[in-house]
Design a protein around this ligand. Structure first.
Ligand code: C2O
Ligand code: CU
Length: 480
């Protein structure tokens, strides 16, 4: 009798010894129902100085960092967002999202110097929507991140974006509200800053409901171009995983990456590994027999030219941008950095917002207790991104382009390799550098969007910047 009671006490003791710390871990993992993205995590100054006045929040508000408020737009587009069943260009029915009735949404074209105005009207997207200009380094208030740079646009609402197109190149736009769902379901489109030329071909790759498409079309399609035309094939990966692409039937050059020209590109026949969110412009003179853009396998491809070329698998080799092209001045000296950050991606078991799981970590910390990378305007910033998480991560920094300095300790020797979206494979380490020249509060996250919603996201933050927006709360902002 006595023994039994003692035994029960021991059992209770053991149970408590397990449950109390678990309960503690559970409780401390809860993400507040509403939080200020400028005050999440902990400040990491990267070895630089915290500016006086930072704690007083004497700086600017995100809401004031807008594009030009006056002036007649050169490009004026309205995007009507709907949550609906729709048909892909190739006929399949998808239950997802459209912009102006289609997915991808309309191609927006602007020239360098144009004032671009886009009005997002949310007709029926229940969770709300925004438009983020992926790869365009717009002023912060135009960046389209719900809960960070604006409130999500509710059904019946609208939001106007205005910015000047500054850098020619291939970009895309997508919702940054519940983005892991809305982008997958089709709430995205393409934007090209360059005049239309006869050789310009857009190829946005997206997987709807398990069906991979080019420009919303499964299978193969044709773009009619005369032989001898210099074609510039703008390939955009709007999916969550890296994809090998390339032109078959002719050698080609990788003339731009992530909206930045490659210096001294040479002709290749290898494939190109395009990270999720990334873009590559592939250039070739159309041969008499035509050529083919292949996305993964030739069963998904675009025949380009006067004739339909035969299908061929992509070669096994892959273009390596670490050595591709020839060097050119960067315009700044990464050797004299004001900030040196580490962005170490790991993974460990625990709780995230009360959910048990294997969660991503940044510098050993789980979301929302992650480092906020603090900079001041004008800083030269170096960041070492390493990954021991067991999976690859396409890392995307908003508002800035960074140049790759090295991979796994091997210095880059080719063209300046500018990125906004960088694939960091498991067990890889990249060093990148950039100039902090665009004040604001900027997302810095994995573009495998479910990973971001699982906590692989933080911010680059300019000291003194505040935001009136909140994640969660009454506005139901949920950027990831
Ligand atoms: Cu293409 Cu933070 O997104
Ligand atoms: Cu990831």
């Amino acid at each position: 009798m006595k023994k039994r009671r003692w035994g029960r006490l021991v059992a209770l003791g053991i149970t408590l010894a397990v449950l109390v710390p678990l309960g503690y871990l559970w409780a401390t993992s809860l993400v507040p129902g509403e939080y200020d993205p400028a005050r999440m995590g902990y400040a990491d100054y990267g070895g630089g100085h915290a500016m006086a006045g930072h704690e007083h929040h004497g700086g600017a508000s995100v809401a004031d960092l807008t594009g030009p408020k006056t002036g007649t737009p050169d490009v004026d587009v309205t995007l009507v967002a709907r949550q609906q069943k729709f048909q892909l260009a190739s006929g399949e029915t998808i239950d997802g999202y459209t912009l102006n009735g289609t997915s991808p949404g309309p191609l927006i074209r602007a020239r360098v110097g144009d004032l671009v105005q886009v009005t997002l009207v949310n007709e029926s997207v229940k969770d709300g929507a925004t438009v983020h200009w992926h790869g365009i380094d717009v002023p912060n208030a135009e960046d389209g991140v719900a809960g960070v740079t604006q409130d999500a646009v509710p059904v019946g609402g609208k939001h106007v974006y205005r910015f000047t197109a500054e850098q020619a190149g291939t970009y895309w736009y997508h919702s940054h509200q519940v983005s892991s769902e809305e982008v997958k379901g089709g709430l995205f489109g393409t934007i090209v800053i360059a005049p239309a030329t006869p050789g310009d071909v857009i190829a946005a790759i997206h997987t709807y409901d398990g069906k991979r498409t080019i420009n919303g079309r499964t299978g193969t399609a044709r773009v009619e171009l005369p032989a001898g035309t210099t074609a510039r094939v703008r390939v955009i990966n709007t999916d969550n995983a890296i994809l090998r692409v390339g032109l078959t039937g002719t050698p080609y050059k990788v003339v731009a990456v992530d909206g930045r020209e490659v210096h001294g590109p040479t002709a290749v026949t290898a494939a190109y590994a395009l990270p999720a969110g990334g873009r590559a412009d592939l250039e070739a003179v159309v041969p008499a027999g035509g050529m083919r853009l292949v996305a993964g396998t030739p069963t998904l491809s675009l025949g380009i030219g006067p004739a339909d070329p035969p299908t061929a698998e992509l070669p096994g080799e892959t273009v390596d941008l670490l050595t591709y092209g020839t060097p050119a001045p960067l315009g700044f000296d990464p050797g004299t950095a004001d900030r040196n950050f580490e962005y170490r991606i790991g993974r460990r078991p625990g709780f995230l917002d009360g959910m048990p799981g294997l969660w991503w970590t940044i510098n050993g910390h789980k979301f929302p207790d992650v480092p906020m990378f603090m900079v001041a305007e004008g800083d030269v910033v170096r960041m070492k991104i390493s990954n021991t998480s067991g999976q690859a991560h396409p890392m995307h920094l908003h508002g800035h382009h960074a140049v790759v300095l090295s991979r796994n300790g091997v210095a880059a020797t080719g063209s300046p390799w500018w990125v906004d979206t960088l694939e960091v494979g498991n067990k890889e380490t990249y060093e990148i550098a950039f100039v902090a020249d665009n004040p604001g509060l900027w997302m810095d996250h994995c573009h495998n969007l479910p990973h971001a919603s699982e906590g692989l996201m933080t911010h680059l933050m300019y000291e003194g910047i505040t935001t009136p927006y909140r994640v969660g709360g009454n506005s139901h902002n949920e950027p990831e």
